[in-house]
Design a protein around this ligand. Structure first.
Ligand code: AMP
Length: 504
């Protein structure tokens, strides 16, 4: 495998990369003056038809690194019915839709036919597009295979295959699907393969399916963003302590906070935190993997368009989203997987801007913080004193009743608990398009098997497969499946009135 150094390629201009004049015109219209390192490193090789292994995260300009050379190469030839010429596989529907937007932007001077095959929408329209012939097919793995199984799609005409966010595919259990897809496409194809990290399973995949790839790696330090100010924020470990710490922080940051993504580890926490924030008058919406496609897209565009200030999200739902100009990232939970930290903070300080990332940290989070600091190669400073400076009362986790509150209101913060019990009394805002619907269902202890938690968020089963889980990858469950350990009843959130003795 040959490799390309960032520095050597950084000096190149767009016009030196070998892109066609029509593509260069679109790039110039997009306002880009010089290629990012992943673009400068990958595009010349991709244009020569070589396989490329790009190790880069979102926010580095990696989408254009494969879309631009693809458009240039597609200028010759035309599509045939049911036989797409190129295929891009994305782990989530949102990422697939974003790549489609990139084709619209950079392909404005071309007449390319682009088909999007994602779950959660009807097969018919997708089949019609396939029938007409597609230059570019952008798909999530399950839906792609479903179309193939229905006999509506032939992959033998694919000249360029792009596997994007491969490590994300691994997390979501899609690797067996990816292997199947790679085997359905002629060996003579060109493969462009992108991953933010290279765990052993991904390395194995590249050894199996790439031929003498050029390796282009964007250094982690640069891609985690030197212009992100990162801070740890001390908190007691109970959910209400963390919610209070977050509210204080949101209020304190208000003057320079344009918009923020607030990350939780589990979708049940996404729902609880969202409801709590809305109760406290924060302009919040929620995004997690169980929401249907339309609600997710609506939520995302509201956030993108500035109609929504705070987006509470899980990793699965938010990873890879291109939301330019997010001023703040808050980790309501310290991510369990260190690489998720890098992905999360990568949502801010994109394309040369600066941003802030705050991580609410409790005593129980020590080992995860250590792992993150090891991965990013530096210590993260404390915002306002470390955990040893936590008030004794907080450290002992005093019960909620009678505790002082700050923030925008002094309302009792019990929204999450009530919601878990399915009671909506006292809730301020029931705006339907901000409701992460599935979590309104009470979670039964150790019994989520029949829910969507057991499979990747994509709704992609073919009729024959329905009811059977698609074969999972090495890591099996997706990260949102942590809900599997949902607490019994109120869990740790037992409200005080429940402890009062009842007179017979
Ligand atoms: P990506 O890593 O593909 O998600 O891209 C991150 C963001 O960078 C997107 O908003 C792109 O529009 C933007 N971008 C991509 N290439 C460039 C470039 N050469 N110069 C400035 N911005 C870019």
């Amino acid at each position: 495998m040959s490799s390309d150094s960032n520095n050597a390629s950084e000096a190149l201009t767009f016009s030196e990369l070998g892109l066609s004049p029509k593509v260069l015109a679109a790039v110039s219209d997009a306002g880009y003056t010089e290629p990012t390192p992943i673009q400068a490193g990958a595009i010349p090789h991709a244009l020569q038809g070589k396989d490329v292994l790009g190790i880069a995260q979102t926010g580095t300009g990696k989408t254009a690194a494969f879309v631009l050379p693809m458009i240039s190469r597609l200028e010759k030839g035309r599509a045939r019915a049911r036989m797409p010429r190129t295929l891009i596989v994305e782990p989530t529907r949102e990422l697939a839709a974003q790549v489609e937007e990139n084709f619209v932007k950079y392909g404005k001077n071309h007449r390319l036919t682009v088909a999007l095959l994602i779950g959660g929408v009807s097969f018919d329209e997708q089949e019609r597009k396939l029938e007409r012939g597609a230059d570019v097919l952008i798909a999530t793995p399950g839906r792609l295979l479903d179309h193939h199984e229905r006999g509506k799609l032939l992959l033998t005409g694919v000249d360029i295959l792009v596997i994007d966010e491969a490590d994300r595919m691994l997390d979501m259990g899609f690797i067996p699907d990816i292997e199947r897809i790679c085997k359905l496409i002629p060996f003579t194809r060109q493969t462009l393969f992108f991953s933010a990290t290279m765990p052993p399973e991904i390395t194995k995949l590249t050894e199996q399916f790439l031929q003498a790839p050029v390796r282009v790696e964007v250094s982690r330090a640069a891609s985690t963003g030197e212009n992100v100010m990162q801070r740890l924020v001390k908190s007691g470990s109970k959910p209400w302590s963390k919610r209070e710490a977050l509210r204080n922080l949101l209020n304190a940051e208000e003057p320079e906070l344009k918009n923020a993504i607030i990350f939780c580890n589990r979708k049940v926490e996404v729902s609880e935190l969202f409801r709590s924030l809305v109760k406290y008058d924060f302009d919040a919406g929620a995004l997690h993997g169980d929401m249907d496609q339309r609600s997710r897209m609506a939520m995302l565009s509201a956030f993108r368009d500035g109609k929504l200030k705070y987006l509470v999200a899980s990793d699965v739902a938010a990873r890879g989203l291109d939301i330019p100009d997010v001023s703040h990232v808050f980790n309501f939970d310290v991510p369990i997987h260190a690489e998720d930290y890098v992905h999360r903070i990568g949502r801010t300080a994109r394309a040369g801007r600066s941003g802030k990332a705050f991580t609410i940290t409790t005593k129980a989070d020590g080992k995860h913080i250590d792992a993150i600091e090891k991965l990013i190669g530096k210590k993260i400073e404390w915002h306002d004193g470390d955990l040893s400076t936590l008030a004794a009362e907080e450290a002992e986790e005093a019960p909620r009743s009678g505790r002082g509150r700050s923030g925008r209101g002094a309302k009792k913060d019990d929204g999450g608990t009530r919601q878990r019990r399915g009671t909506r009394t006292g809730e301020r805002n029931n705006t339907p398009d901000r409701q992460p619907a599935p979590d309104a269902t009470p979670v039964e202890h150790n019994k989520p098997a029949a829910s969507a938690h057991d499979r990747p968020s994509e709704n992609t089963r073919s009729s024959g497969d329905r009811g059977k889980p698609r074969k999972e990858g090495a890591r099996g469950r997706s990260r949102e499946d942590d809900d599997f350990h949902a607490p019994l009843g109120f869990g740790e959130d037992m409200p005080d009135f429940m402890k009062t003795a009842v007179r017979a």
